[in-house]
Design a binder for this molecule. Structure first.
Ligand SMILES: *Cc1c(COP(=O)(O)O)cnc(C)c1O
Length: 398
């Protein structure tokens, strides 16, 4: 526990900081789930979810975490024995690929490692080599939350089209939606998945699947889809309970309504710009620290970095000591490194991550960086000077 008093700050890449407004919206007695205000409110969520995903397609809500949304998306378009292509970056792509395997799909994996984005040219080659058109979907992670790499989804669509291949493009936007720019329709993404606890600022427990008419056609040709994951009744409910395949997640829905109000008030473009400013401040500080010490950003190229999460390497013994110090003395919790080394290799402990998704403002970013600066001083970790000034200079450019 922190010796610091004050408000604790969980700066991990999800669950993200929950706004007071969202928490208050949940604090009420159970509503009638059979008729009335809850039904009216639920209908209003759908257009606002589509606004966040930038799509005119369909939006569905599942009572699940991100893993559930992964499975829901796959279950609607991939049958056992069919093939998917996963260009994996970092850890999360492997997770989605494993989910596909669990559903009986054949997975062709192209592994781009832990510190680089996917290369659409390699995907195009793999699709050209698929002469029989066996690959039914390219599944990819927009932002990989372990490496903090940002993948080019529009480039991936261009690669699929250049190969003249009919595969669907499916995107994991769990870390990125509401943080990094994402344009489902303009970028030609057929299916996008996200979850409630990151850019959407709601507690973990809701998964979302967006799909367009192309994906709906593919779903229509499926021999069968498990009842619970089937997106058809959820997208076009004739009776209210079909939205959720059972009892509505009542209090999560109140939270989501409030969070979507906040997103509408600020505007999605302004939200992306705010995340961009914050990310630049973090990058400026971390690059400055790195000039005089062991800290390195996992993704060297700025254009390939997420605006929602930053993965850093500082090595041993600094990584665990730094995280422990800020937790005990600054009320600040940083994310652990995830999937950055082979299992059991202690060098993975030399990584850590900063979550800067959702309900975050400039003073929180400076508090995050200031806490790390204090830890550097307390632990006498070598670092370049002037990191906080460099961060402030970025934040000054409003
Ligand atoms: C968080 C995350 C997941 C997993 O979500 P859970 O809610 O933990 O199941 C999957 N993909 C990405 C990119 C994520 O950031």
């Amino acid at each position: 526990m922190s010796d610091a008093g004050g408000r604790a700050y969980l700066a991990i890449p999800g669950p993200s900081v929950m706004p007071e407004r969202v928490l208050r919206a949940m604090h009420r007695s159970a509503p009638n789930i059979y008729e009335g205000a809850l039904h009216e409110m639920t209908h209003t969520l759908i257009p606002d979810l589509k606004y966040v995903a930038r799509t005119e397609g369909h939006a569905t809500i599942y009572i699940s975490n991100g893993h559930g949304a992964w499975e829901a998306a796959l279950a609607n378009v991939i049958a056992p024995g069919e093939s998917v292509l996963m260009p994996a970056t970092g850890r999360f792509g492997h997770g989605w690929a494993e989910m596909a395997e669990g559903l009986g799909a054949e997975v062709e994996l192209i592994d781009f490692g832990r510190a680089a984005p996917l290369d659409p040219n390699r995907v195009e080659e793999a699709l050209r080599a698929d002469k029989e058109g066996r690959i039914k979907a390219v599944i990819a992670t927009h932002v990989d939350t372990s490496s903090s790499v940002l993948n080019d989804m529009a480039g991936l669509r261009a690669a699929i089209d250049a190969a003249g291949h009919p595969a669907l493009l499916m995107a994991d936007c769990i870390a990125s939606m509401g943080c990094d720019r994402f344009e489902m329709d303009a970028w030609g993404v057929d299916v996008a998945v996200t979850a409630s606890q990151k850019g959407l600022m709601v507690p973990p427990g809701l998964g979302f699947v967006f799909f367009n008419d192309r994906a709906a056609e593919v779903r229509g040709r499926m021999e069968r889809v498990s009842r619970y994951w089937d997106w058809v009744p959820r997208a076009n409910p004739e009776i209210y309970y079909q939205y959720f395949g059972g009892t509505a997640p009542t209090h999560h829905l109140f939270a989501l309504r409030e969070a979507l109000d906040m997103i509408r008030e600020e505007g999605i473009e302004a939200i992306w710009a705010r995340h961009e400013r914050h990310a630049r401040a973090i990058w400026a500080a971390c690059e400055t620290w790195g000039e005089g010490g062991p800290l390195r950003l996992n993704i060297p190229e700025r254009a390939q970095r997420s605006r929602a999460v930053t993965s850093l390497r500082i090595g041993l013994p600094h990584g665990p000591r730094l995280r422990k110090w800020v937790e005990e003395h600054a009320g600040l919790t940083l994310g652990i490194g995830l999937g950055m080394s082979e299992e059991g290799d202690e060098r993975g402990q030399g990584f850590f991550r900063l979550g800067h998704m959702g309900h975050v403002n400039a003073q929180m970013i400076m508090g995050l960086l200031g806490g790390i600066e204090a830890a550097f001083q307390a632990l006498e970790i070598p670092r370049g000077r002037g990191a906080l000034e460099a961060a402030a200079a970025e934040l000054a450019q409003v």
